[in-house]
Ligand binder design. Structure first.
Ligand code: ADP
Length: 590
């Protein structure tokens, strides 16, 4: 195992869980691994695929993702191919499979509909199946795919072939569902900690469209790679235009663009020819670009699973990376409109729950990493240093008991039938038509909170959400929970952080600037780009940022020293060693 790890992959050590998972696969067991994005799942099946006889069949959801994996494997001297509707050489792939010349075969789940393919699998030696991005199997997951669910047939048709399923994001419920749907038999299950210690999570209230905040954030990431997720296609176009005007290299990516244009943009991003992709969620699933330094969301995502997958695309090389989520409370309301249109009642209620969780995450004052870990059934301590909530300075608390009681009783008196803005109007004594129609000017709560501004009451309502005192009903109406009813009855004291209260009035976009620790000698970066261009592969496949910064630090001048750097294997030493050593020897500071 170790020999192959270093020979083919150039790594000196296994990461957490890799060895155990590989050993289980080598023992021929079914396995199920939950490991955060960037945790190194691919190696867990790629290495045993090389050690086992036969071909390993990998099911993966996206062609672009498969292409990348195959490219990276071939570059390491491993025989891997992808069979897709776009493959022109299907016949020759089939022949190579019969001749046992291939170690890893990548296919989309739809491929299993083909009788010809199933017959092929029956007549060759399949070492084991891999179900990548396995959360797509579960209806409770966030990217459910019908064809993934049908992969249950693998065990029925090939009862003696082990299956390994991998995902980055599964709640305990989803994890169970996946194992059941795939008919895994007594699987070896490993669950990595969800905590990513190189990822800084920031959540901020959006000011206007958030452009100024984005600019401010990007100041420290000039020339770095990043993804900005937007709500709509139009928005992605507008943000990309705006950034280009400000001197950033940005392109937009969404389902409204032609396949060709999208694939060009994808390639440019992978090859470091464009720094920022401004996208709808159509972009980035399974993307293996190790040097993404930041991910920004311009509004509230639909689910915490989706959010964590998206931010998880940053920092796969283990270097410091940052996520910024911009939101305001109207985001949740507009997303609810979309959910409302889902016909299937079960899916709709799952989608509402996911949105509620996402909103609670955004407004929460708890450690962000801890919040996420808990949601995925993991228990961790506060991160102390990797999220906005843990790193914010000590702030004064403001007593909002009186305003909270007013809000709770207004919700109660108006029979929990109204939404946030109505409740605020009611409390501030608005003369609106709707209030008159409902004869609510007669209620005792009418106009009792005139001394508070609209923004202040919004902050109070948000705090009540955060405390679990209220929830939103299906029609955006606010409902009291047991916690809320208790607060009302016992007149419990409610406090809010001053910055959250005043943030509602005026938001400062000044944020602390963190140092980014990627020191790479420009000459080494230039050589990497030169080789990448020659070989028409992405730069990070030649060497990752992390390996390159190790070269800068260690300045290896012999083949032995070069090979000793983490990320260099024999294949890469042979291919690129001489050229890098030559450049290193010629550096001024050597
Ligand atoms: P995942 O599929 O879990 O999101 P990947 O398999 O893409 O993660 O791995 C993330 C990054 O970590 C890749 O750049 C990969 O080459 C690197 N990596 C994987 N295993 C190791 C290891 N043992 N040592 C160093 N780097 C590794």
């Amino acid at each position: 195992m170790r020999e192959f790890l270093s020979r083919y992959f150039g790594y000196k050590e296994f990461r957490e869980f890799q060895k155990e998972t590989i050993e289980a696969i080598l023992r021929g067991e079914d396995t199920f691994l939950i490991l955060p994005t960037g945790g190194g799942k691919s190696l867990c099946y790629q290495l045993p695929a090389l050690l086992k006889e036969g071909v390993c069949v990998v099911v993966s959801p996206l062609i672009a993702l498969m292409q990348d994996q195959v490219k990276a494997l071939v570059d390491r001297g491993i025989s891997a191919v992808m069979l897709s509707s776009a493959s022109k050489n299907e016949q020759s792939i089939y022949e190579s499979l019969y001749k046992e010349e291939i170690k890893l075969l990548y296919v989309a789940p739809e491929r299993f509909r083909s009788q010809r393919f199933l017959e092929l699998l029956e007549s060759i030696n399949v070492s084991f199946f891999v179900v990548d991005e396995a959360h797509c199997v579960s209806e409770w997951g966030h990217e459910f795919r019908e064809d993934y669910r049908k992969l249950g047939l693998l065990k029925q048709k090939f009862p003696n072939t082990p299956i390994s399923a991998f995902t980055a994001t599964a709640t305990p419920k989803v994890a169970q569902d996946i194992q059941k749907a795939l008919n895994l038999t007594n699987p070896f299950v490993l669950k990595g900690t969800i905590f990513r210690d190189n990822l800084l999570l920031n959540v901020k209230r959006r000011v206007s469209k958030g452009y100024e905040q984005i600019l401010h954030f990007l100041e420290k990431y000039r020339g770095d790679s990043g993804i900005i997720y937007t709500f709509s296609r139009n928005e992605s176009q507008r943000v990309a235009d705006f950034l280009n005007k400000k001197g950033y290299l940005a392109l937009c990516y969404h389902a409204g663009l032609s396949n060709e244009l999208r694939s060009q943009t994808y390639k440019k991003f992978i090859n470091d020819e464009v720094d920022i992709v401004v996208a709808t969620i159509a972009f980035g699933m399974g993307i293996d670009k190790s040097n993404i330094r930041f991910v920004i969301h311009t509004s509230l995502p639909k689910s915490l699973e989706g959010y964590y997958q998206e931010v998880g695309r940053a920092g796969r090389d283990g270097l410091f990376s940052e996520a910024l989520l911009l939101f305001n409370s109207s985001d949740e309301i507009s997303k609810r409109e979309f959910v409302k249109q889902i016909d299937n009642e079960v899916y709709r209620s799952v989608a509402y729950k996911k949105l509620d969780t996402m909103y609670s995450f955004a407004i929460s004052s708890k450690c962000r990493h801890q919040f996420i870990a808990e949601y995925f059934g993991d228990n961790i301590k506060r991160c102390e240093s990797h999220c906005d909530n843990c790193t914010k300075d000590e702030v004064k608390k403001i007593d909002i008991t009186r305003a909270s009681l007013m809000v709770l009783s207004a919700i109660y008196r108006s029979e929990q039938r109204f939404g946030q803005s109505y409740i605020i109007d009611l409390l501030r004594g608005s003369k609106s038509e709707k209030i008159r129609q409902n004869r609510h000017e007669k209620l005792s709560v009418y106009g009792i909170a005139k001394e508070f501004s609209k923004k202040e009451l919004e902050a109070v309502i948000e705090r009540l959400f955060d405390l679990g005192a209220i929830v939103r009903g299906e029609y955006k109406n606010l409902l009291l929970t047991q916690v809320g009813a208790d607060i009302l009855k016992k007149r419990e004291k409610i406090e809010i952080d001053e910055d959250r209260y005043s943030a509602m009035k005026k938001i400062s976009i000044k944020e602390s600037i963190k140092e980014v620790d990627v020191k790479i000698h420009p000459e080494l970066k230039r050589l990497r780009k030169e080789i990448a261009d020659e070989e028409q592969i992405p730069a990070y496949i030649v060497f990752s940022d992390k390996t390159l910064s190790e070269f800068s630090r260690l300045l290896p001048k012999t083949k032995e020293e070069f090979l000793a750097v983490n990320g260099v294997g024999e294949v890469k030493l042979k291919r690129y060693g001489d050229r890098f050593i030559e450049v290193i020897k010629g550096l001024k500071d050597v």
